[in-house]
Design a protein around this ligand. Sequence first.
Ligand code: B1M
Length: 234
Amino acid sequence: MADEDDDIILSELDDEELVQQMHDDLYDGLKEEIEEGVNILLERGWQPYDVLTKALVGGMKIVGDDFRDGILFVPEVLLAANAMKAGMFILKPLLAETGARTIGRMVIGTVKGDIHDIGKNLVGMMMEGAGFEVVDLGINNPVEDYLEALEREQADILGMSALLTTTMPYMKVVIDSLVEKGLRENYIVLVGGAPLNEEFGRAIGADAYCRDAAVAVETAKTLMARKHNQLAAG
Ligand code: B1M
């Protein structure tokens, strides 16, 4: 695909063609082209959130489908992920600009055994954009890391991400640990990741399963407001 794309001048494409081309470029792991595409859309007045969801997340969905179907393999998917991250890097400060005051502090990390971090990073970015403070623990976190960070950061919210059916049960290990230590009620626990669903969130004792980053923000706001009301009521 790269050869035939050599002559394409991104700035000459209309919005729809450009988004389509960015999906192709993400698929091909073309980091610089993705950066250029993101900048062009922003210059054309696109909202950062729309660039993120339509051009980047939309493109990653195609990568995911072909990975699942054995058309793409780990090295290609890694390149696509790097290109996606480069685009997210440009959008991050712009998404954060919309936030005003701190409405809560969240510790977030991908669980032990799992190295997927794009979705988790996106949630962190959107939470910051909405006015939360976010402490990102990165990937492959054992229960001790979560517990230590929650205490150290005096966090309100624990966010956990898992993208593998083999790693999602680890979320329950973390929640059970909070229960055992009598700390569960101190935190709002939100979980997310492609293989999860609401039923799983309920079954492991999370406060909520969040389908995507926007839902994570809305859920965090609602549950924080409820927490403040409960505290005020004594
Ligand atoms: Co992986 N991988 N991968 N992978 N990978 C999946 C998850 C998979 C579904 C692909 C497939 O088969 N279709 C499959 C899992 C199958 C399963 O468990 N049922 C899979 C596999 C099998 C694997 C390996 C085992 C492959 C191998 O080695 N043979 C391996 C595992 C490594 C490990 O973790 N130990 C592996 C490796 C990799 C790469 C390293 C190549 C790369 C990760 C790079 C990186 O993250 N830095 C990768 C990628 C990129 C994917 C896919 C293609 C894309 C994931 C992604 O970034 N999506 C993925 C396919 C898919 O998901 N369809 C796949 C975009 C992102 C924006 O969406 O992460 O879902 P997502 O996040 C969303 C929501 O889920 C939610 O909000 C986000 C934003 O809207 N959300 C949260 C996520 N976390 C949240 C936390 C919250 C709230 C909401 O907290 C409050």
